[in-house]
Design a protein around this ligand. Sequence first.
Ligand code: PMM
Length: 272
Amino acid sequence: MGVLNVTPDSFSDGGRWASTDAAIAHGVELARQGADIVDVGGESTRPGAERVPVPAELGRVLPVVSELAARGIRVSIDTMNSETAKAAVDAGAQIVNDVSGGLADPAMAPLIAERGVHYVVMHWRGHSDHMNDLATYEDAAHDVRDELLRRVDALEAQGVGAERIIIDPGLGFAKNADHNWDVLHHLREFEAVGLPVLVAASRKRFLGELMPQGASIQDRDLPTAVITALAARDGAWGVRVHDVVSTRIALDVVRSWEKGTAEEARHEKMDR
Ligand code: PMM
């Protein structure tokens, strides 16, 4: 899943794809590089971020979703708002990626139930302006998994089919670096739930802590690719990343390693 933030303020790529044309071109490029899904978002969820009014969010994402979907690209819409999700699904989005797992907008679950689209349910405890205050756990990985399972139960009770749900532990959302690593260390226990698991570590702050001083945000693509490889081996369904090229290479390494033969590269091969 390639990240396409149509926002002026996302923490790792804010502003780069803020214009509609630039965003569409980047989405096409992500797909060409080998992304199976392009995840279009119009509201930053970086720590401390303020909410974006729905009309502004819609103005950012809708033309991009329509154009990418019209070009045959599988699009997910990264939103907590049912109104935005509805318009994006009408415009061709096949997946709704809701970082609040349906908690931010009570109208989201009924919409998903009605439309029958795939639904990414992320572990979430509260909005970005105060989520760092909510990062307390007895046992991070188990608490996150249990809270996610309760969310899935509640969604099912509202008519969302379990076969449509993808779970995501929500790295960095009300979680410090130790919490994130504990979740990754126990990723197989999330797999054991029996639902597809999405891992979204790309360029997040806890990876910056591993990097030498002066490293850029893009330098975090290296630890991101390593996490991709390990998550794939632990059975993850997908990874949400900014740099699709390094992710594809990491996945090709894993597949070649597992098969014992060279994986046929799915991205366009670079000149050697
Ligand atoms: N993280 C961000 C945005 N959307 N969606 C899912 N499912 N999981 C995440 O962890 C997640 C997300 C924030 O990262 P960004 O600003 O780099 O997009």
